[in-house]
Unconditional design. Structure first.
Length: 130
């Protein structure tokens, strides 16, 4: 089973990785930890470095848990939701694990929602963690 974790390294990041470990161990899976940045002029070098550091920490944690994993930093000019859904499709991902934030309906309308996009557009099951 191929499991994708949409990862930013903050907030519920450890909860996402813990769920991925459970799923991978239960189903003999491998975990793909994905961080998406917009790219171009909107992505500063320090944000890229921070994302790389967070991904390395996630890899170290998953290695310590004995879970086969790879980490991916995507800077393709897509929104994080689009990147996650496209990466999942391109790589035969069978399950996505993402964090969601509580937002009002107006907040979702004005700012969008990565979680909402992934849940609605992904072609595989999505586990959302708050």
């Amino acid at each position: 089973m191929k499991i994708l974790v949409g990862y930013r390294g903050t907030g519920v990041g450890r909860d996402l990785l813990d769920q991925a470990v459970k799923q991978a161990k239960a189903f003999g899976g491998e975990v793909h930890v994905v961080t998406s940045l917009f790219g171009g002029a909107t992505t500063e070098l320090e944000k890229i470095k921070g994302a790389e550091d967070n991904l390395e920490k996630a890899k170290h944690y998953l290695d310590g848990q004995g879970v086969k994993n790879t980490v991916h930093l995507l800077v393709r000019g897509l929104s994080p939701g689009e990147d996650i859904v496209l990466f999942a499709k391109e790589n035969g991902i069978e399950e996505i694990i993402i964090a969601i934030k509580s937002r009002s309906k107006v907040g979702k309308l004005l700012f969008g929602s990565t979680g909402q996009y992934v849940i609605l557009k992904a072609e595989c099951p999505v586990i959302s963690i708050k």
